[in-house]
Unconditional design. Sequence first.
Length: 367
Amino acid sequence: MGLSVGIVGLPNVGKSTAFNALTKTQNAQAANYPFCTIEPNKAIVAVPDTRLDALAQIVKPERIVQSQIEFVDIAGLVRGASEGEGLGNQFLANIRECEAILHIVRCFEDENITHVDGAIDPIRDIETIETELILSDIQSLQKRIDALVRRVKSNDKEAKAVLEVAEELLKHLNDGKAAALFNAADETAAALLYKDARLLSAKPVIFGANTDEAGLANENPFVAKVRKFAAERGAQAIVLCAKVEEEMAVLNDGERAEMLEALGASESGLDQIIHTGFSLLGLQSYFTAGVKEVRAWTITRGWKAPKAASVIHNDFEKGFIRAEVIAYNDFVRNGGEAKCKEAGLMRLEGKEYVVQDGDIMHFRFNV
């Protein structure tokens, strides 16, 4: 499994520039006019993880395989998108396929780059996008309710519980509140509803405050507003400069680190997004380490060993016997598998073992 992030925002806020920089591509056209992006641009990016390099130094594998994250650059949304304005329905459909949303918000002034509303106001911009997501959710939820009503008339008991939650949620959305802020009394029914409805405003959101170079070291009032808004929503906010990210895309690791230090930034935008996205979605990595490859595997936090094994192959879960496990720190400190075995640091774990972040694992199975 991987992480899929849809990049959204109003036109001309720096979405496509950020996409090009984060993915180190030039696939997304960036220009100073609305709807520059029509079809969504997609790119797969390797997830940086220094632990892989440390493992590779010990194991000397033929190759290193990193986890992956998919970025989808979705065209700029405008008021009326939920009614099809600016090809909005098409753009909103693209967001449904993503697991998380990176909402790029313009936090810089530049008279050479037009703003669709004529002035810089990050909170107004955020609310414009959020309103369109909520309105789209109302439409899709109403269709779900109509279908649930038919099922209830057929004496479907499960549908009755889901319908009750759906009607409560519809009222919540009609009050202008995002689905992410809704607390259902029946969590089981809510889970079923959310799985079918794929509500846009229920998706985890990372607010990306796109500032200028000066704003990286010293946050301007626009960035401060975005941080405050995100905190009030229980969401995450990061600060990036799309232009700087674009410049760093062609630098090596050392040069990139020097540039970040000079700008007073501790992490690149890409690193911030990956760390925040993994945290929001409750993701973590375990490793396999052999002479053929050292590889990171992305799983959901709390998964037990058989489920974790399924990301390698479904047969691993079906025929799971046991897992040989070494903690990352033990593996590195002792210089590899052999010495960990000698020190009694390799554990045999069964079906109930909850995989920990950084575990080095080898699965035994039979099918």
